[in-house]
Design a protein around this ligand. Structure first.
Ligand code: KMT
Ligand code: NI
Length: 172
């Protein structure tokens, strides 16, 4: 895992967009983002059990697996959105980027690789992309049914109770 300010340069979303300004895990925690290195699946089980997560599945995002749908999917994942539940991802193979909004609404890029686990709180604006290797395999964990309806960023979302709760939790 590596976290840094996104450089906001034009160009492919899959490039590193690394500004060279790195951020510590502590900073991610201020945004409500939790990171764990999980070398063993038992580490994932411990986290899942503690949070009462009962289900999981696996997704591979790659042209091999998704064929013609790949480009469309990758652009869809990159639309800025939030969810009304937390989003837990455990990387099984490959690499990818989750971008999350800072408290000042700047993009923070989080590069994840094999054995990285991330928990995005409900109500945080974020997006996802593969990198230029175009391959990531991830476990998605969920409490009950998979329901991460993405709510795309729009002004009226500031009134969403999950968005309001997220901002409330962040204020001193
Ligand atoms: C998401 O929530 O954007 C995804 O599931 C993307 C693939 S998981 C790394
Ligand atoms: Ni999401």
């Amino acid at each position: 895992m590596k976290a840094y300010w996104y450089d906001n340069a034009e160009g492919d979303q899959r490039l590193d967009h690394d500004s060279g300004k790195y951020l510590p895990t502590d900073y991610l925690e201020k945004l409500g983002v939790i990171y764990h290195r999980c070398p063993a699946i038992s580490d994932v089980d411990t986290i899942a059990n503690a949070r009462s997560y009962k289900n999981r599945d696996e997704i591979t995002v790659s042209p091999e697996k998704m064929g013609d749908m790949y480009e469309e999917k990758v652009h869809m994942f990159f639309n800025e959105h939030l969810h009304e539940d937390e989003e837990i991802r455990y990387i099984l193979d490959g690499e990818g980027f989750f971008d999350v909004r800072s408290e000042q609404d700047q993009w923070v890029r989080i590069r994840l690789e094999k054995e990285d686990l991330i928990i995005l709180p409900s109500g945080i604006f974020h997006r996802f992309t593969t990198d230029t290797k175009n391959y990531i395999k991830a476990m998605r964990l969920f409490k009950d049914e998979p329901k991460w309806t993405p709510l795309n960023r729009a002004p009226d979302l500031e009134e969403n109770p999950h968005r309001k709760a997220y901002l409330q939790d962040r204020s001193p």
